[in-house]
Design a binder for this molecule. Structure first.
Ligand code: SAM
Length: 260
């Protein structure tokens, strides 16, 4: 296939057979499972996935890739490609009462908004296996107290169990990206690990807390919660945002929901 990789679509095609094999092993696709691939590209993951599960739905934005991949996949199984933007895609249309298994070597330029778009639909998702920038995976999996812990860590960990699976060097892709990559498993909780009464309050509070991560809570949360509210929710107003656990953020969000 002669296709010039398009930077604006975040196209870095996987070509390392060993990495592909380890990814497929980690996903362990089974016939009959509702698998959906985001950004199948030239099929590096699509074809081995199809061989294992016989049917696959895929969402690809670049229309020039759709026809060649459809042709390439015809002898392997049933591939249904939706030529669409995954950022706007309604995954409930594919779920139809089942929970989806999402897979993708994601376009890195849109990975954070895409993750938030998917988290908002996590009730339709059983698990997700994604290749991302290593730095993003590190932030997703970070624990309180670490310099990598931030808004992404808290919000992802509220929705999912995060399991980093493997680091991947730039040379595994063509063209090679400028950054290291990592493959990660995300499993939406069947029951949230903490009780949050109003999700919008959690989102607003965590966003504001980390907007100025060097400041203390009493300063970053000004306008949302006062010192007394912070203390009565079980946190020290003099603490820095990166030291609070998910439980503490949930307590602050519940306090915010009561006061507004
Ligand atoms: N899966 C292939 C592989 O591993 O070689 C391609 C991975 S490449 C990093 C990302 C893919 O996502 C490209 O095929 C690109 O065209 C597609 N893509 C980019 N933006 C997208 C979007 N908003 N929605 C769906 N697909 C998108």
């Amino acid at each position: 296939m002669s296709h010039r990789a398009r930077k604006r679509f975040g196209q870095n095609f996987l070509h390392d057979a060993d990495v592909v094999q380890r990814i497929i092993q980690a996903i362990s696709p089974q016939p009959g499972q509702p698998l959906v691939e985001i950004g199948p590209g030239q099929g590096a993951l699509t074809l081995p996935l199809l061989r294992a599960c016989e049917r696959l739905e895929a969402i690809e934005l670049d229309r020039d890739l759709v026809e060649p991949l459809t042709r390439k996949a015809a002898s392997e199984g049933t591939l249904v490609i939706h030529q669409a933007d995954a950022l706007k895609f309604d995954f409930s249309t594919l779920a139809q009462g089942r929970k989806l298994r999402l897979v993708g070597n994601l376009p890195y330029n849109i990975s954070t908004p895409l993750l938030f778009h998917l988290l908002a639909q996590s009730r339709y998702i059983k698990d997700m296996h994604f290749m991302l920038q290593k730095e993003v995976v590190t932030r997703m999996a970070a624990a309180p107290g670490s310099g990598d812990y931030g808004r992404l860590s808290v919000m992802i960990q509220y929705h999912c169990r995060v399991t980093p699976l493997l680091s991947v060097a730039p040379e595994a892709f063509r063209p090679a990206p400028k950054v290291e990559s990592a493959f990660v498993r995300l499993q939406p909780w069947s029951q949230a690990p903490v009780a949050v009464n109003d999700y919008a309050c959690l989102e607003a509070l965590v966003k504001q807390a980390f907007a100025q991560r060097r400041k203390t809570l009493r300063n970053t949360l000004k306008g949302l919660l006062g010192e007394e509210d912070i203390r009565s929710s079980g946190s020290d107003p003099g603490a820095r945002p990166e030291t609070l656990t998910l439980q503490q953020y949930a307590a602050l969000a519940n306090r915010l929901a009561q006061t507004h």
